[in-house]
Design a protein around this ligand. Sequence first.
Ligand code: NAD
Ligand code: MG
Length: 386
Amino acid sequence: MTLKKSVSVFGVTGSIGASTVDILKSHADKYSLEAVTAHRNVKALAKAAIELDAKCAVIGDPDYYQELCDALSDTAIEVAAGENALVEAAQRPSDIVIAAIVGAAGLKPTLAAIRRGARVGLANKETLVCAGALMTAEIAKHGATLIPVDSEHSAIFQVLEERAENRIDRILLTASGGPFREWALKDMKTVTRAQALAHPNWEMGAKISIDSATMMNKGLELIEAWHLFPVAEKQIEIVVHPQSVVHSMVEYSDGSVLAQLGSPDMRTPIAYALSWPDRIKVDAPRLDFATIGGLNFEAPDTHRFPALRLARQALQEGGTLPTVLNAANEIAVEAFLEDRIGFLDIAHTVEKVMTRLGSDALTSLEQVFETDAMVRRETSACLASA
Ligand code: NAD
Ligand code: MG
């Protein structure tokens, strides 16, 4: 009999959270549940906690504490609420933490898991975007292990040959191109919320769906990849691949390109983060190459998708600029989702805020939290005065 590994799932009610629950349920002999968390969705949180027999359930918004207590009153599951409770949940002794909160809100709990040397399956890319260098330093200091869940980074992680790390020529980060890949710029002006949310290949939460439509998602992933893998910024190329079958590639100095392929189903990279260095069975749809027929690749268009240019600029200039980019984007996406601004205004807003605030040297995590809060205020003010 093998010992079960204990897992905590942050953001269990989201899209990544639900896929994680699905895997954990089908491998109940291998994994037990420590903590599960959500922001406000008490019903789904309580359901996941009961189904997976979690020891503890935490709701981020304290206004929902009583509702959660009521929902779990017949169980022995511990209940807590608030931002500090999320951090305490990450400090509980689980072997693996799946970090699947969306946005910079995931930073503190992810950091707490890293600081106790846990294995973190990282979906929450915003953590690395806002505080990448500080996070990787914390990982090294505390002997934590970071396994990427983002499909592209999982792909790179899977094809990265440790022995040949200094022989990498390029990382080729694939992008689906989103729903507006073939749209003219003038038509993109009037894009609706529903059109932007309808991703051609992936079913995801609202924020990342909008990020995919603006291609900011690929920009954030560029920064994420730079922090995760030993390459220079210039060595990371983005290539549009509409079928989302090749999840990313690594080119070595002898010209060999290694790719990881699979159907667009996040359960595969999530399972790998849970089972690494082993693999477990996942009933994701299998690729039928004869039906797929062809795989296409094209260069990204930074004119129609300026978010790609902005993210690369943030990576090149460094300091607090990626933190600024991320926070401004979160506020702009929220405004678009609430029909307060148009689709193209998302990247315009981010650019305006980046230009206005510029970049400072990044020295501490406190500075990241302060910058994040300040940029949110500045961006909201900028939108209110527009
Ligand atoms: P989602 O919106 O479906 O779920 C987000 C989760 O975070 C929910 O459980 C929500 O309750 C929780 N949450 C939101 N705000 C919070 C707050 N302030 N405090 C505490 N909890 C909060 O998002 P998702 O699509 O599952 O994405 C989650 C993360 O994974 C994102 O960083 C995203 O970029 C990344 N990711 C997602 C996918 C995907 O296919 N969905 C793929 C790759 C990476
Ligand atoms: Mg991705």
